[in-house]
Design a protein around this ligand. Structure first.
Ligand code: NDP
Length: 303
């Protein structure tokens, strides 16, 4: 019987995961299909209940459900529990286990960005959504000593910091108001800047002015494109990385959980590139209101 894996989100039409996961199933001869389920929040519980039937290997969960799905699983992994967000579901019989593979995906991206240099200890994170939770938890686990979170709505950053209270008790994790001068002052003390906002996803905009980027910063944008932030950072002499590595590796980790087999990374990477060439562009997390909006030339991923 063909097994099913689904991506549950709203919207999901522009998702890159379908191409990547289906290519991996096909390459390894696994009889499974990856389906996109567009489900509004009101229909989430019904969708989750359906997953408990025998047809399903598991699921991915994306915006806006990553936090909402937590109370609906029977067990959570440490990463899911710590972040309060689930992006992958697996089955144990009829029971559902919630995982957060954005955390290992981010770790791989961070390791690649830092390369052979010593892992820095101070970071600035822009954003306080589901992606930012995986980033902040990844940085805490990596041993960062100071992480400053800026978010348009400060209260959301504050509640994220509060959420991490216990796991961050040994270090300095703070939410600060989004003011250019404060961001500039914090960037002067940091080595890593992560953009976990969706600024730059659908318009050629940067969350910070180019002038405050200095060459000793390493800049990671979760968006799967050469965003204005990344282009400004490269011009300033910074090392940069877009969301491709994180997307690929969160998907690879999910694939391994569903199938028990190592993910064919090269095949998945090629499928991502092909889907992107066809104009599919979402790195899981496209804002619902902007679905289908044209991506500006300058924000189109390079290569
Ligand atoms: P959420 O909707 O949970 O969070 C969106 C974040 O962006 C919030 O911090 C929000 O601030 C901020 N934001 C949105 N619009 C604006 C704006 N106009 N001005 C200032 N801040 C803004 O989304 P996710 O955390 O899931 O995703 C965020 C980004 O990360 C997306 O671009 C997504 O594609 C990417 N992502 C990539 C992944 C990968 O594997 N590469 C994995 C996960 C995410 P506020 O709270 O104030 O509204």
């Amino acid at each position: 019987m063909t097994k099913r894996v689904v991506l549950i989100g709203h919207p999901v039409a522009h998702s890159l995961s379908g191409a990547m996961q289906q290519a991996a199933f096909d390459h390894l001869g696994i009889d499974a299909t990856y389906e996109l389920w567009d489900r509004a929040p009101i229909a989430l519980a019904e969708a989750i209940a359906e997953l408990r039937t025998d047809d399903f290997l598991g699921a991915n969960v994306t915006i806006p459900h990553k936090e909402r799905v937590v109370p609906q699983v029977d067990r959570q992994t440490e990463e899911a529990h710590a972040t309060g967000a689930v992006n992958t579901l697996t089955k144990e019989g009829k029971k559902l286990v919630g995982h957060n593979t954005d955390v290992p995906g981010f770790k791989t991206a961070l390791d690649q960005l830092v390369g052979r240099q010593k892992m820095p200890r101070h970071a600035v994170v822009l954003g306080a959504g589901g992606g930012a939770r995986a980033v902040v938890y990844g940085l805490i686990r990596e041993g960062f000593q100071r992480i400053i979170v800026f978010n348009r709505h400060l209260h959301r950053a504050e509640s994220m910091v509060k959420h991490f209270g216990r796991s961050a008790a040994h270090m300095d994790l703070r939410a600060m108001p989004w003011h250019e001068s404060i961001i500039e002052a914090e960037l002067a003390k940091a080595k890593i800047l992560v953009n976990a906002t969706s600024i730059g996803l659908t318009a050629d905009e940067s969350p910070v002015p180019a002038e405050i980027l200095t060459s000793d910063l390493m800049v990671l944008d979760l968006i799967y494109a050469q965003t204005r932030l990344l282009r400004d950072a490269a011009s300033a002499g910074c090392a940069t990385s877009d969301g491709e590595t994180m997307l690929l590796h969160q998907g690879a980790a999910a694939f391994a959980l569903w199938t028990g087999q190592a993910a064919p990374l090269e095949v998945m990477g090629e499928a991502l590139a092909a889907a992107r060439a066809e104009g599919i562009r979402s790195a899981e997390g496209e804002p619902a209101g902007d679905a289908g909006a044209p991506v500006p030339e300058a924000a189109t991923p390079a290569g």
